[in-house]
Each structure stands twice: as structure tokens, then as C-alpha cells.
Design a protein around this ligand. Structure first.
Ligand code: CMX
Length: 434
């Protein structure tokens, strides 16, 4: 058993005991109120999930095991002191609740590198899809195809007991995370670089290797990829990709099934697809009104026109957040430090000055501020990763770190199958006295 798995067991055992005690002794304690509105507006604010890896505060943003983004950008292990944290360190923190040492992080880089070989049939599955198949279709298909490799599934079929489910789930989670950069870069090179594939470099960390296999060798791109993989990893349990992974996993579906399902949720325009929509929308805006920052009134009119056409402004708003997303702030800081004169960064900054004011004047919109997707594409564009159709795949690779550590905790707790109750409209009308 590797030392991280041992650490997980050491951390999980007492927490599982606490979980059981809580359920046995306080299971009937009332912790909330459900209104008709709660059900009809997507269960917003309804407490219904247990997630240890991170917690989202509407005003402050995300904290991973209690640490904010600025705190972790300072304290998680890095390749260079002035660089960005290695996502391996965040995974360790989310999984164990403890800050990793540089050795823990370098162990994970090597471990994931050694587990990253993809079975040949997966490449054949991807190659069988037409070249113009959407990147997220190729990505989720490839992940699903690997479910036959699940060590959890094999052990389940052999008849292991419930108490041991976490063990092979850990192996699946590590294998799956390790393989994702190779799958993502394979799709990228296949679609945009004449299928000229690049071998992994085992001396590189997980995020830098992804950039390398996509064809980007510069230290600057590796640094950006580390930040990107860190920022998109986790956003507590209720967002669509995390909740779907948890829900599908609750049927004891193996991690490949559960994560592939989560990815099909991430592919939706209101979730991870928004990172492509932002760039598409910005391109269209520049085409229509010219260099955006020349006249902010023109931007305002363009925003209003988008709204009049019945569309949303991509990259703005959030179901939980009520302030600027600190993931956006981190990207803005990165941009101002390393690419201050980039025209796309300047446009993004102008939009930040105009859009919240317009959206804030519409009473139904609860949060007029930018979310993570408003900033990510601009940074990628700057370094030449211009194929924005692909951006959601990058979001998905990063999201594996959070949703799969959540899934591992679900298995350790022995979380039961999820099964809420539903009613027809008449039932709700009756409750309302109609
Ligand atoms: N532009 C225009 N209208 C918006 C809006 C935006 N950016 N954000 C919210 N609204 C609208 C909603 O569409 C909704 O309108 P209807 O009542 O007519 O349906 C109304 O305002 C109320 O919505 P809300 O309660 O403020 O927000 P929701 O929790 O329903 O939705 C979100 C949240 C993110 C889906 C929404 O803000 C949105 O569509 N934003 C643009 C897409 C986007 O950036 N998504 C990425 C989010 C981050 C991520 O998961 O990656």
C-alpha cells in the first residue's frame, strides 16, 4: 500500500466512525426547510449533500479544506518558488485534509506518470469517432470505454464486502486521474495537429505533461496549466459535474462510469461549456463593434443586445456565488502579471467594468459578477491554445481531482444509493392549497 493510501485510511477510519455515530444518534435532527420554491428552482440552497473536500461561501468563494485560493497559491508545493501550485498537492489536501510535503507531491507526480499508460483499444475507440465529433463527446466516450478496466468492478464481481469498496476505488481513482492528460492531449493532437502525437515526458508533473503532450513546451504554458488545473478542480458537492459523479457513484457504479457521467454534465452551456462560449461571444463582439475598449458604451449596447436576444452573458453569474469568483480574480492577477498588454486580457478587463453594472440592473439576476469561465480562455488564447472548442476538456481533466476524491470519501463513508422523492405538479398545487 502506498503511503498516500495509508494516510487516507488513517484519516478515513475515525471520520467514518464519526459519520456513523452522527447518523445513529442525530439522524432525525432537523437542519432545513424545503419550500415549493426550493424544488422548482433547482434545489438551490437546499442542504442535501456531504462533501469534505471543499466548501463554497457565496460572498468569499471556494475554500479547499478550509484554505482559500490565495492561501494555497502561497503555501502548496511548487516547481519554482515564483510559480503556481502543483495540482497534485491540492489532490493530496482534498483527499487527506492535510497539507502535502514536497515529497508527497513529487510522489504523486511519479505515481500518476507510472499509471498513465492507456490501453490501445481506447485510442481505437476515439479514432472510430468522426474527426469533427465534439471534444467532450470524444473525452467522455474514451473515459466510459475504460470502465472495463475498473479494479473496483473486478473486485465487486469477485464478491468483496462493502467495507473494502474504498480500496479498489482508490486504485481506479489513481489510474483514471493518471490517464486523463494522455486522453485529453490525444484528442487535441488528433483534432488540431494532424494526429501527430507527442510522447509523455516522465520527468514532468501532471499538468506540465498535459501541456507538453498538447505541444506546448514553454515554461510559461506549464505554469498556466498548473494554475488552470488547480483552479478548476473542485467547487463543493452540488455543482452539476460533482453532483452527477456522486449520484451515479451512489449506485455503486465504478469511478469510470461516475466520472464520465459527470463530464457529460460539465459539457452543458450553463456549466463547463461556458468557457468556450465566453471566447465565441467575445470574438463575435469584436467582429461587430471593433476593438472593445475604445468605447465602453458600445460594449454596454452589445451586452444589452445579447440579453434582448434571449441569451445569457457567458462567464457571468453563478448559482451560489454573490461576488466576483476568486478563481476569476486569480486568473486576472496572473494575466496582469504575465500578459498585461494582451488585447484579449484588456477586453476581458473592460467587460469586467461593464457587464456587472448591466446585469446588476436586472432584478432577477442574483449574481452579476464574473465566474471562473470569464477568465480562463483569454489566458489560453495568449499562449496559442486557440482551439476554444477544446477548453471544456481542460476543465474536465482538472475537475477529476475534486469529484474523484469526493467519490473516494463516499465509498469510505459507505454512502447509500441516492433516491429523493418526486411528485407530479398536482401534488405541489395541493400543498399550496390550490
Ligand atoms: N446572463 C443573462 N441572464 C442571466 C445570467 C447571465 N450571465 N445569469 C443569470 N441570468 C438569468 C437566468 O437565466 C435566470 O433567468 P430566467 O429566470 O429567465 O430563467 C435569472 O437570471 C435568475 O438566474 P440566477 O438565479 O441568478 O442564476 P441561476 O442559479 O439560475 O444560474 C448560471 C446560474 C451560472 C447558470 C447563470 O448565471 C448563467 O446562465 N450564467 C452564464 C453561463 C455561465 O457562465 N455558466 C458557467 C457557471 C460556472 C461553471 O459552472 O462553470
Amino acid at each position: 500500500m502506498d503511503h498516500i493510501k495509508k494516510k487516507f485510511v488513517e484519516k478515513a477510519l475515525p471520520r467514518v466512525a464519526e459519520f456513523r455515530k452522527l447518523l445513529t444518534e442525530h439522524g432525525d435532527k432537523v437542519i432545513g426547510e424545503i419550500t415549493i420554491g426550493s424544488v422548482l428552482t433547482g434545489m438551490k440552497g437546499m442542504v442535501s449533500l456531504l462533501t469534505d473536500t471543499s466548501k463554497l461561501d457565496p460572498e468569499e468563494g471556494i475554500r479547499f479544506r478550509g484554505y482559500s485560493i490565495p492561501e494555497l497559491r502561497k503555501s502548496l508545493p511548487k516547481v519554482n518558488p515564483e510559480g503556481e501550485p502543483l495540482p497534485e498537492g491540492l489532490f493530496y489536501l482534498m483527499l487527506t485534509g492535510e497539507m502535502p510535503s514536497p515529497d508527497d507531491v513529487s510522489f504523486l507526480s511519479k505515481e500518476w506518470s507510472s499509471r498513465s499508460t492507456i490501453p490501445d483499444y481506447v485510442y481505437k475507440v476515439i479514432d472510430a469517432l468522426p474527426l469533427n465529433t465534439r471534444p467532450m463527446v470524444q473525452f467522455s466516450t474514451a473515459i466510459l470505454s475504460m470502465a472495463s478496466d475498473s479494479k473496483f468492478m473486478a473486485a465487486y464481481l469477485k464478491g468483496i464486502g462493502k467495507q473494502d469498496y474504498w480500496d479498489t476505488t482508490y486504485e481506479d481513482v489513481m489510474d483514471l486521474i493518471a490517464r486523463l492528460p494522455r486522453i485529453a492531449s490525444y484528442i487535441y493532437r488528433r483534432m488540431y495537429h494532424d494526429n501527430k502525437q507527442i510522447d509523455p515526458d516522465p520527468s514532468l508533473d501532471w499538468a506540465a505533461n498535459l501541456a507538453h503532450m498538447m505541444g506546448y513546451e514553454k515554461y510559461e504554458v506549464h505554469r498556466l496549466m498548473r494554475l488552470y488545473m488547480f483552479l478548476h478542480s473542485d467547487h463543493e458537492g452540488g455543482n452539476v459535474s460533482a453532483h452527477t459523479t456522486h449520484l451515479v457513484g451512489s449506485a455503486l457504479s465504478n469511478p469510470y462510469y461516475a466520472y464520465a457521467a459527470g463530464m457529460t454534465g460539465l459539457a452543458g452551456p450553463l456549466h463547463g461549456f461556458a468557457n468556450q462560449e465566453v471566447i465565441r461571444w467575445m470574438f463575435n463582439m469584436i467582429e461587430e463593434i471593433g476593438p472593445a475598449c475604445d468605447d465602453k458604451e458600445k460594449i454596454r449596447k452589445y451586452v444589452l443586445k445579447t440579453l434582448e436576444d434571449g441569451k445569457v452573458i457567458p462567464g457571468y453569474g453563478h448559482a451560489v456565488l454573490r461576488k466576483t469568483d476568486p478563481r476569476f480574480t486569480a486568473q486576472l492577477e496572473f494575466g496582469r502579471k504575465y500578459l498585461p498588454d494582451d488585447p484579449w486580457l484588456i477586453t476581458m478587463t473592460c467587460l469586467y467594468e461593464v457587464v456587472p453594472e448591466v446585469l446588476g440592473s436586472i432584478s432577477k439576476i442574483k449574481n452579476p459578477w464574473p465566474n471562473v469561465d470569464a477568465g480562463s480562455g483569454v489566458l489560453l488564447l495568449h499562449y496559442g491554445i486557440k482551439e476554444f472548442d477544446f477548453y471544456t476538456v481542460l476543465f474536465g481533466v482538472s475537475r477529476s481531482l475534486g469529484v474523484l476524491s469526493q467519490l473516494l470519501w463516499d465509498r469510505a463513508y459507505g454512502m447509500p444509493i441516492e433516491r429523493p422523492t418526486s411528485h407530479p405538479l398536482e401534488w405541489f398545487k395541493k400543498q399550496a392549497g390550490i
